[in-house]
Design a protein around this ligand. Sequence first.
Ligand SMILES: [Mg+2]
Length: 356
Amino acid sequence: MNAILLVDMDYFYAACEEVRKPEIKGKPVVVGADPRGKGRGVVLTCNYIARKYGIRSGMPISMAYRLKSDALYILPDFDYYEYVSKAVMDLLRKYATSFEQVSIDEAFVDVSGKAKSDDEVLALAEAIKKEINTRLKMPCSIGVSNSKLVAKMACEAAKPGGIRLVRQEEAKDFMSDMPVGKLYGIGRKTEEKLIAMGYKRVGDLAAANPATLRNAFGVFGIEMHNSANGIDESRVEENGEVKSISRETTFDKDTSDREEIVAMIKRLSDAVVQDVKGRGMSFKVVTLKIKYPDFTEHLKSKSLGHTSNSVADIVNTAVRLYDTYIDGGDGIRKVGIRVSTLIKSSGQRKIDEFTS
Ligand SMILES: [Mg+2]
């Protein structure tokens, strides 16, 4: 039986803090920038108690502070979160016939062959959740289905702290009334375009003419149409030693000046290449990350088709991605450069793309 779980840790950074500071449990906890600082930082994660006061991740920290000034504000400690993440992933890997880490706090666990019925799959999900709760003292949510796409969508519905099974044959109905922007893989700009085309719900997209979507979005249009119909045949695949190297920076002032943005891309690319070379590696994939003033993010990647450790390769690719996909008209808040599919120049081992 084909069975895939998506395990997603709840309010991960804040939960990590609760583990090492048990005394803060039961209080509103916000991990992010210093609310009394001059920076323009945001809320990275907050626990569910903080959410009761209207605080959300991605919100400017100053706004969170206005909502609840006596919440506990904690600066992020990424080294520690990486350490906890490794413990989570090691625990999950034990249950998997194949495994794929999606981000620092999320992974697909393929348990095909380990369970013969829905009840047995649910019992496995229950066991995983329990082990995470008892050994790591952390909450998680689990989506269960026969494909990665539907497992992911089921997990969204399971939050916080639940387990949700959606069978493949139920997937289409399950997603049909959801706003189109909730479909896995659809970002803000695509969502806006879809709504403008009259596709408000996932069900509208499922019923759309695939040729119309292909004309508007290319191959991605066909993928979206499949997703809306609950079709996803991608496999759960181990990423090996997942790794990417990145640098990003926030502009002092939002800018739509292309020259300023390109200059920043060059500077970031320089720093990335120094890091890449320092590790004796080269890369294949270049990703440009753009954050808009409303904190939404835009990620665009392109494979070079060969390995490289040249600054020019990154800059040329990133600038082309910028000119093709990014609308800087309303200003840009933050730009980032990431390289992935890293290959050890001195060895054979391939380290795949890390999407964080
Ligand atoms: Mg999470």
